[in-house]
Design a binder for this molecule. Sequence first.
Ligand code: ZN
Ligand code: ZN
Length: 442
Amino acid sequence: MRYAVIFCVLSSLFLPRAHAGEGQVLITRVNVFNSLKARMDKDVSVVIEGNRIAGVHDQRPEGPFDRVIDGGGHVLMPGLIDTHVHLAITAGLPESMDVPWDYLSHTMSKRSRDMLLRGFTSVRDLGGPVFGLKRAVDEGLVDGPRIFPSGAFITQTSGHGDFRRSVDGHPEFGGAATNGQRLGFYRLADGVPQVLASTRENLGKGATQIKIMGSGGVGSMFDPVDSIQYTLDELRAIVQAASDWDTYAAAHLHNAPAIRRAVEAGVMSVDHGFMMDEEGARMMAEKGVFLSTQFAILEIVFEMGFLTEWQLQKARMVVEASHDMVGYIKKFGIKTTFSSDSFGPESLSASLQTREFEARSKFFTPVEILQHATANAAELLELSGNRNPYPGKLGVIEAGAMADLIIVRGNPLEDISLLGDPAANLLLIMKDGKVYQDKLVE
Ligand code: ZN
Ligand code: ZN
C-alpha cells in the first residue's frame, strides 16, 4: 500500500505538465466541423476530460465541471496539422545551420510557439535536429505543437540535403564535418550500408518517420532539379529499415522519374511531387501513397530574397512543371495533406503557413482544405505505427480523441482565408486538453 502511494506520487511528479489539461471542461454553444463526414454539426456541446475529448452532445450535459467555456456560436474544429515543416531551419540555407546549438534552441522554441498560436496542434517535422525540442514541448517546458520528428535529412553526396559549401571537403575524403552535420541537420549517406546505418541512427534517436532526399531541389547548392537521387537498392533498404521499426519513409521529390522510383521502392509520403506524371500519379493512388504538397511556396519562392540566380532558375522549372499536379490529384483521388514546408526567417516561415490556405483555395473547396489539414493529415501521421509517440486519435472531434481543437471566429467552410489570419480569428487554442489561447471572453 505504502509502495503504491509512493509510486503514485512519483509518477505524478514525472507526468508532463501539459497532460494535466484543465480537468473536466465543458464547451457550450459551438458548431463542430466533423472532419470525417465533411459536415458541420450545429449548436452542440463538447466535454473534455484531461487530455481527451469525452463526448459531443446535442443537449448541454449536467456537471459538475472544473471549467465551462461559452463557445458563443462559433466554429469548433480539430487542431490544424501541417505535415511538412522544418522547426530547426530558422534562417536561409545553409545560414540556419551556422549557429551555436544554444542559439538554435531559442529560435526553435519561438518557432514552435508561433506555430501553435497559428492553430497547428501537430506538425510533422521533415528534417532538422528537433528531438530535444519535441522532448521540451512534451515536458511542458516550451509551448508548441505535437512534433513528429524525422531528425537529420538522409541525403546522398551532392544531393538535395547536402548543405556543405562548395569549398567544404567530403568527410569520407579528408574533409571535416560541417556544423550542420554536427548539429544533426543532415547526414551524407551513400550505398546500402550507410543508408541503413543512417536510418537506424535516426530511428534510435526517436524519429517517427524517415526523411529521404529523393530528387534534386531548389534550395540546395549542388544538385540539378532533374537529378534522381538514390538508387532503387538504397531506397528499398531505407524503406525496409523503417518498416522493420513499424514506420515509413517520406521523400522530398520533384521530378517524375524520381517519384516513380521512390514509390516503387515503397516510400509512403511523396513530399512536393510538383513535377509528377500520369504514371507516377497512378502508382501513388494504387499504393495508397500520400501527397504532402504545397501551394503557397510556388508563389513565395520568388519573394524569398536569398536564392541565387541558379536557384531561381530551378524554381521557375519546378513551378512551370507543377500545373498538371492538381489534375492528377483529382483524376486518381490521391490522398492529399496540408503541408507548408514552413522554414526560414520568421516572416517567411509564417507566410508559408498562413498563405497556404488561400493558395490551396484556387484548386480545392474549403471542406477539402479543412480535411487536408485534419482527417487526411492525421491518417498520414498514423503511418508511424508503433513509433507514434501520441497514441490517440488526432484530426477529429469525437469521444476518445485527443483534446486538440481550435475555435474560429466566422465560418471557415465559407471563407477558408480566416485560418490564414490566426491572430484575428483564432478565439481558442487547446492542445492535449490545455488552453494555450483564449480570446472568447473579449
Ligand atoms: Zn523538400
Ligand atoms: Zn522541406
